[in-house]
Design a binder for this molecule. Structure first.
Ligand code: AHG
Ligand code: MN
Ligand code: MN
Ligand code: MN
Length: 341
């Protein structure tokens, strides 16, 4: 028998959430139960993403496309639709949700009386789906609000600034399923152990470096950029003498680009430009959760007017420009932005 130490005391996501809550406030079983539903959704989607790669569900465009488009005007992949239904069913049956907003549904979903709980969940069931045929990492992004005290669940529970979220997270489906989560007291990373079907704490207390060496933006849009972006990204590509240029990394799946930015530092941006005046990324279920995580990890997330988490969305599919990542890198952008405003 090798003398390799056998782990007999693993910290699962559920145990860690309860421990965290006991440390900071009365552990509310409600939120833990809701997070169990989110975990179920992520595990279920993870197996479908893996299966799809085996079953060619998405490789040939004909099979991969669901033959419909969503409110975003995007061609829906079958996996977009399957992932969406998985989350709606998991969240509804948890009995803890009153309102849901999904990228794939035009209207907010109000849960029927008998199953209605006290939370509002906003989610992007499958982020990066246009890349999935290339086997690139995709993911689910989610944010959770407590519904307002006098509310029984309405769209107004979702049209609130991201700073009012109580949970933000994503699950990235790659070689393994990686969940990154914050309950407002820092950020922790968990990896799915398929053998026992549990997310295990593998990246406790994630902190983003104060400055990185990577910039992440779709340079294919640079002819549409304003002078702030042009000057900012040029300052990283053509630095003053004695400084080395940043590396460019752009995967095109927000979950993958933000995950790398969280761990390695640097900046991820989807700016507004002449082509998309509010940028492309959706405020509620892409920008808010990612901004929340980056701030909780010690970074910053802004757009032309200020802090992403202070914005009040005017509709559930509102888009916003976003610059997020290492504090010093984002502040470099803010300095140039100030010069031109
Ligand atoms: P989704 O797949 O949920 O529609 O999101 C796609 C988003 C995001 O994942 C990524 O950062 C961005 O689209 C990439 O857009 P471009 O291809 O325009 O760079
Ligand atoms: Mn989409
Ligand atoms: Mn997305
Ligand atoms: Mn999506």
């Amino acid at each position: 028998m090798s003398d390799e130490k056998v782990t007999t005391d693993i910290i699962t996501l559920t145990r860690h959430v309860l421990d965290e809550q006991r440390k900071h406030k009365e552990a509310s079983g409600e939120l833990t139960l809701l997070l169990n539903a989110v975990q179920l959704g992520c595990k279920f989607v993870a197996t479908n993403v893996r299966k799809a790669r085996l079953l060619n569900l998405q490789v040939s465009f004909k099979i991969g496309l669901a033959g419909a488009s969503n409110v975003q005007g995007e061609e829906q992949k079958k996996l977009d639709v399957i992932s969406n239904e998985i989350f709606i069913n998991a969240l509804r049956s948890s009995g803890r949700v009153a309102v849901m907003v999904s990228e794939e549904d035009e209207q907010a979903i109000i849960v029927e009386e008998g199953l209605r709980g006290r939370y509002c969940v906003v989610f992007d069931p499958l982020d990066g789906s246009s890349n999935i045929d290339a086997g690139v990492n995709v993911g689910t992004i989610f944010g959770i609000y407590r519904i307002r005290p006098d509310s029984t669940g309405s769209i107004e529970d979702a049209l609130r600034p991201g700073k009012e979220m109580v949970v933000a997270g994503y699950c990235m489906y790659g070689s393994s399923a990686n969940m990154v989560l914050s309950l407002g007291n820092g950020v922790n990373g968990y990896t799915l152990d398929n053998a026992i079907g549990e997310f295990i704490l593998t990246h406790p207390n994630i902190k983003i470096p104060s400055r990185g060496k990577i910039y992440s933006v779709n340079e294919g849009n640079s002819m549409y950029w304003d002078e702030v972006c042009t000057e900012y990204f040029n300052s990283m590509k053509f630095p003053p003498p004695g400084k080395s240029p940043y590396s460019a990394r752009y995967i095109g799946s927000m979950v993958a680009d933000v995950h790398r930015t969280l761990l390695y530092g640097g900046i991820f941006a989807y700016p507004a430009d002449k082509k998309s005046k509010n940028g492309k990324l959706r405020l509620l279920y892409e920008c808010f959760p990612m901004a929340y995580l980056v701030e909780q990890a010690g970074g910053k997330a802004v757009n032309g007017t200020g802090r992403i988490l202070d914005i009040v969305p005017d509709n559930i599919h509102a888009r916003a420009p976003i610059f997020l990542g290492s504090k010093d890198d984002v502040e470099d952008w803010e300095k140039i932005n100030k010069k031109y405003s």
